[in-house]
Ligand binder design. Structure first.
Ligand code: F6P
Ligand code: MN
Length: 331
């Protein structure tokens, strides 16, 4: 018998008021995911708009597409009915204040991997739910709440809009995978997990010349295969969509790397701490893996700004530890 997401959430979260608020908020995000999946699958926009860049750049300097904006709006519309005090999004410059009595802070990457939309490849929505700490319902105070270290998260997860619409979720009690079946998300029999080590890596190799020598050294050893220092033949995958790479790593194992590099604007990597690294790191740790910036576990890092970028290395525990060892070597 398949377990519905609602049942799973009730079992894990119905113990107290804050848990119930998290449950309602996750379910509201599920509602928006259905709207987004539908828009993507039937080309909810006109041909001319599908995947089109609109306006300029978002707060992170990425080009904003019509579907990024559609996803952002779909989420705001749904979570506005629930106890969310403030919403932070990669597509918004500032905090969006919602419910003055809300107990939660929600941080979202509404459409991750959106450069893949035109190519009919998987994209997704990543979310992080934090407790509200500020008593005052004012932007500066709620902004400070969004800058809590990732270890404070109450729940995180990501939807993947691929051949199936799916969700990987943690509420701090292990992780679980769900699939949209008809109108409901139901738990998959498959249990996402991360083994100790693996023989698969994910990195954008075209940036190799820009990396620090330590990162080059680590990847070179992967490329050297059985005869090299790691004595292992590696496979490489790079989807260009964090959610799709993360899903595969929960399924098959591996290490994902988006390190800092020498290009302008990449000195702290590419990915965002509060919208991408924190929620993925919470899932990874709950699955027995490790996520760091090459030195420090992501969940321990205190964010300094809502759109802050961070180098992100995650996956099988021993592989990430090995990368950190290389990272600490003097060039
Ligand atoms: O959101 C940023 C993102 O699209 C991720 O989904 C993906 O992992 C990464 O950027 C890809 O970056 P690049 O195009 O530099 O390989
Ligand atoms: Mn993204």
């Amino acid at each position: 018998m398949s377990v519905s997401l609602t049942h799973y959430l009730s079992q894990n979260l119905d113990q107290d008021e804050i848990g119930k608020a998290v449950k309602d908020t996750v379910l509201s995000l599920c509602n928006s995911s259905k709207i987004i999946a539908q828009a993507l699958s039937v080309n909810g926009l006109t041909d001319a708009q599908f995947g089109d860049q609109i306006g300029g750049l978002n707060a992170d300097g990425d080009s904003q597409k019509a579907l990024d904006v559609l996803a952002d709006k779909a989420i705001i519309q749904e979570i506005s009915n629930y106890p969310v005090a403030a919403y932070f999004s990669e597509e918004q410059d500032e905090a969006l204040l919602l419910d003055k009595n809300g107990s939660l802070i929600v941080c979202v990457d509404p459409l991750d991997g959106s450069s893949n939309i035109d190519n009919n490849l998987s994209v997704g929505t990543i979310f992080s739910i934090l407790p509200r700490q500020a008593e005052l319902f004012e932007p500066d105070y709620l902004m400070a709440d969004a800058l809590q270290p990732g270890k404070n998260q109450l729940a995180s997860g990501f939807f993947v809009y691929g051949p199936q619409t799916s969700l990987i979720l943690t509420t701090g009690n292990g992780i679980a995978g769900f699939i949209l079946s008809g109108d409901d998300f139901v738990q998959m029999e498959w249990q996402p997990s991360l083994q100790e080590s693996s023989d698969q890596f994910a990195i954008n190799m075209s940036n190799m010349r820009h990396w620090a020598p330590q990162a080059r050294d680590y990847i070179q050893k992967c490329l050297d295969g059985l005869e090299g220092a790691f004595a292992r033949n590696y496979n490489m995958r790079w989807c260009g969509s964090l959610v799709a790479d993360a899903w595969r790593i929960f399924r098959q194992g591996g290490i994902f790397l988006y390190p800092e590099d020498n290009r302008q604007n990449y000195h702290a990597g590419r990915l965002r701490l509060i919208y991408e690294a924190n929620p993925i790191a919470f899932l990874v740790e709950q699955a027995g893996g490790r996520a760091s910036d090459g030195k420090t576990p992501i969940l321990q890092i205190k964010p300094q700004a809502i759109h802050q970028r961070i180098p992100l290395i995650f996956g099988c525990r021993k592989d990430v530890l090995n990368y950190e060892l290389h990272h600490s070597n003097k060039p």
